[in-house]
Design a protein around this ligand. Structure first.
Ligand code: IMP
Length: 428
């Protein structure tokens, strides 16, 4: 009996509230899998008023008896992994079993130093504003075939060889190019050897594990981190992260086949945010932006940086729906819009005086796009206790219908507040 695979992606620039959607779907899911990114992500889940943020672990960790997997496409920071596992243990929340792909790459100490050094080297004008978690340098080593994988951590001889092979080059770059101190071999090797001992119980052939589970009828949820517009190929390059955040990353990053997929669900908010540098056509720098940031508590989980806020960008949303082949959308934080007389939606761009409805796959072109808005009536009522679509004010229903019509996918989940039960589920 074949199982079922759903993929969940962030529709725009990340921070859409994927953690909460995973949490809502969680009861039926057997296996939660992260397929890309690393400890640069921040999934927030609020249970019984208690807010829990995972940077590396899948959001399904709070479900008793489930399996959570870090797929081969993830870059694993062992210190962060062990910290999050310990924290869950301390809070008596370590309810799910965990597995890490033996092929996943390890974020090594020099990756983090290089991440920060490269940012400083790019200078103010060229900075990407990375999280400093070593993500880009770790993926660069993966593609350059000089990375350290989880399987290497488990074998002291191979680890010793891998570290000596790579460290000489890294130290040359650190000292000669960036003026940093070299890293002594023992300071890199010894902690890595200890990580291997601590992580050994978790490391597995997750490609076999996932495919076997699928064949046994299990329901698997592939959860993306960041958002579609942060994808290294399809996002607003170079202001992106270094992995494939789109649904396609779910297959290379887990070893599952696209033929297994049942649904692709994109998560968006009722407005747009971006915590990264780079163009954002609907950004509101004045009162509206501040209102959304304050009311939506839009501050980065990892960086603490205030997120840039603005009206919903339907042009970008449609692009994302198409790239991901979405069958449904989840619309989060609709309650943040309560109290606004007017809600604007960007339906097209003005590019050099010409109207276009196409999202450009280039940050340079996007930077020249000016938003063309349509206006909808807002609502005053607090909707945080609404539990059906029909109980929403007519203007809020109208806004949801408008998004469905323009984005091209049904809105199956509506978030009306931070807590687990503050969602309107329309058959997700
Ligand atoms: P990196 O992923 O640390 O290399 O950072 C690259 C860009 O991605 C930076 O602008 C980060 O702010 C952004 N970024 C990374 N992770 C997230 C996330 O989970 N949400 C939103 N932005 C992110």
């Amino acid at each position: 009996m074949k199982g079922k695979v759903d993929v969940l992606v962030g529709a725009l620039w990340g921070d859409e509230g994927k953690g909460k959607v995973v949490d809502t779907m969680g009861a039926d899911v057997d296996i939660f899998v992260r397929y890309q990114g690393g400890a640069n992500a921040g999934h927030t889940v609020t249970v019984d008023g208690q807010k829990i943020v995972f940077n590396l672990l899948p959001s399904g960790m709070l479900y008793p008896g489930k399996l959570c997997v870090l797929g081969n496409g993830v870059v694993v920071d062992p210190e962060e992994f062990l910290k999050e596992v310990d924290e869950l243990h301390r809070m008596r929340m370590d309810r799910a079993r965990l597995a890490i792909s033996s092929n996943a790459h390890v974020v090594m100490p020099y990756h983090k130093i290089l991440d920060c050094a490269q940012e400083a080297f790019r200078g103010k004008g060229g900075m990407i504003g990375t999280t400093g978690r070593g993500i880009g340098p770790c993926y660069a080593d993966k593609c350059a075939r000089s990375g350290v994988r989880m399987e290497d951590l488990l074998d002291e001889v191979r680890l010793r060889d891998a570290v000596s092979a790579v460290l000489e080059e890294k130290n040359l770059v650190l000292t000669k190019l960036y003026g940093k101190n070299p890293l002594p071999f023992d300071e890199v090797y010894e902690p890595a050897r200890d990580w291997g001992k601590a992580l050994a119980p978790y490391v597995e052939d997750t490609v076999a594990l996932l495919n076997d589970s699928f064949e046994k009828g299990k329901y698997i949820l592939l959860e993306g981190a960041q958002g579609t517009l942060m994808d290294v190929d399809h996002g607003t390059y170079p202001y992106v992260t270094s992995s494939s955040t789109v649904m396609g990353g779910g297959f290379t990053g887990t070893g599952m086949s696209p033929a297994c997929v049942d649904r692709v669900i994109a998560v968006t908010k009722g407005y747009t945010t971006r915590s990264s540098w780079g163009p954002m056509p609907t950004e509101e720098k004045g009162e509206v932006g501040e209102y959304l940031r304050d009311k939506g508590a839009e501050f980065g989980n990892v960086t603490g940086r205030p997120r840039r806020c603005g009206w919903l960008d339907i042009v970008a949303l449609r692009y994302s729906m198409r790239l991901n082949g979405c069958s449904a959308a989840a619309l989060m934080k609709l309650n943040v819009l309560s109290g606004m007389d007017e809600i604007k939606v960007c339906v097209a761009y003005d590019l050099d005086g010409v109207r276009t409805e196409r999202f450009p796959g280039s940050a340079h072109i996007l930077a020249k796009c000016r938003p063309i808005f349509e206006s909808l009536r807002g609502w005053d009522e607090d909707i945080s206790n609404c539990d059906t679509f029909e109980s929403l004010p007519a203007e809020a229903q109208n806004y949801v219908n408008y998004i469905e019509d323009h984005a091209g996918a049904p809105v199956k989940l509506i978030g009306v507040g931070p807590d687990r039960n503050q969602t309107i589920n329309r058959g997700l």
